[in-house]
Design a protein around this ligand. Structure first.
Ligand SMILES: [Mg+2]
Length: 351
């Protein structure tokens, strides 16, 4: 993009985004987008600001998260499309954790001079595809020059008033569930750092191409299943600690119940580490963690079958000091380590 002015870049981005929207409107995938958002986006790119008009009876859900080169991703590990998609998915995951329907995104982009126009276009294509899969679209943003590439997304969604999934709400006696098999992103990142792609492609994809659990969040809200929820952006232990603090409860995980991905277990054996450290430790898998009252456990299990993904009970909510512990196979109780601390150098992409 060297030598190109801000206005030229914005004009190009606008053309790409509008061309993609036009394609959506014609295409067969338009069903989702039209049903989700078309009526509530009053004005998108092209004015000083975008206008949204949420339907009556819904609360707006807002979140933002930046993906920064060297900190959250490396350009040599990902295609531009994957970078754009990742920036969308991490935000979609926060909307999912609240049980929301994604509507629209503002994208603030920092571009280094050596980024090519096709790469910039790829980033937008990735963003648009990831958002479009949930009926959301880019409605505005900003471009600036930067030393490192960053993609900063603000995502707006909506949820039925008073029905959002919160971190507070877990009570002693509740059961703790997780979707998918957490820890795979951490294992994939370890493989990327070690430069050992062999047999680890699926794990690496968990880092380079995560998928937010938007349908799970909606299912939890629509069927009143969860008493509390959070997405796994820091790690099972670290994120459950947030539920403990917000709800004023303790959580005990059961080692024998934790879902351990086969590829993860194989890689752990190969490098002589404990797979459980990946499963419970720092890892941004963008799975969902949630708690349910005992009477809703069957519904939570049925959700897995109806959405076609693993939904596993992994522990219990107890009275006590807000912390997360793990009951080992041997019966021993251990404190579970926290998640990423981004300001203390919880530095994922740099290696
Ligand atoms: Mg979150």
């Amino acid at each position: 993009v060297a030598g190109r002015g801000e206005f030229e870049l914005i004009a190009r981005i606008r053309r790409w985004v509008e061309a993609e929207h036009a394609r959506d409107a014609r295409g067969s995938s338009a069903g989702v987008a039209a049903a989700g958002t078309a009526s509530e986006i009053v004005a998108a790119i092209g004015d000083d600001a975008a206008l949204l008009r949420p339907p009556r009876g819904w609360d707006l859900v807002l979140t933002c998260d930046a993906q920064v080169e060297g900190r959250h991703f490396r350009r040599e590990w990902m295609t531009p499309r994957q970078m754009g998609a990742r920036a969308a998915e991490v935000n979609l995951s926060d909307i999912a954790a609240m049980g929301g329907v994604p509507i629209a995104a503002l994208v603030s982009l920092g571009v280094p001079r050596d980024l090519t126009l096709p790469a910039l276009r790829g980033i937008y294509a990735g963003l648009r595809r990831a958002l479009g899969a949930h009926g959301a679209q880019v409605i505005g943003g900003n471009v600036t020059c930067a030393r490192q590439l960053f993609v900063d997304v603000t995502l707006v969604g909506r949820v039925e008033s008073g029905r959002a999934l919160l971190r507070a709400g877990a009570r002693p006696g509740d059961v703790v569930f997780v979707t998918g098999a957490p820890g795979r992103a951490a294992a994939g990142l370890a493989a990327l750092r070690a430069g050992s792609a062999k047999g680890c492609a699926a794990l690496q994809r968990c880092h380079t191409a995560p998928r937010a659990r938007v349908a799970v969040g909606r299912f939890l809200v629509e069927n009143s299943i969860a008493s509390a929820a959070i997405d796994v952006s820091d790690g099972v232990g670290g994120d459950l600690a947030h539920i403990c603090e917000a709800s004023g409860v303790a959580i005990v995980l059961d080692e024998t119940a934790l879902p351990v991905d086969r590829g993860l277990a194989r890689l752990a054996r190969a490098c002589g580490c404990d797979p459980i450290d990946w499963v419970t430790g720092p890892s941004d898998d963008y799975e969902l963690l949630f708690t349910t009252r005992r009477a809703r456990v069957d519904l939570a299990l049925a959700m897995g079958a109806s959405l076609g993904l693993p939904v596993t009970p992994i522990g219990r909510v107890l009275e006590g000091k807000p912390e997360v512990r793990l009951r080992r196979r041997t019966g021993a109780l251990e404190k579970v380590a926290g998640g990423w601390d981004h300001l203390r150098g919880g530095d994922r992409g740099r290696g």
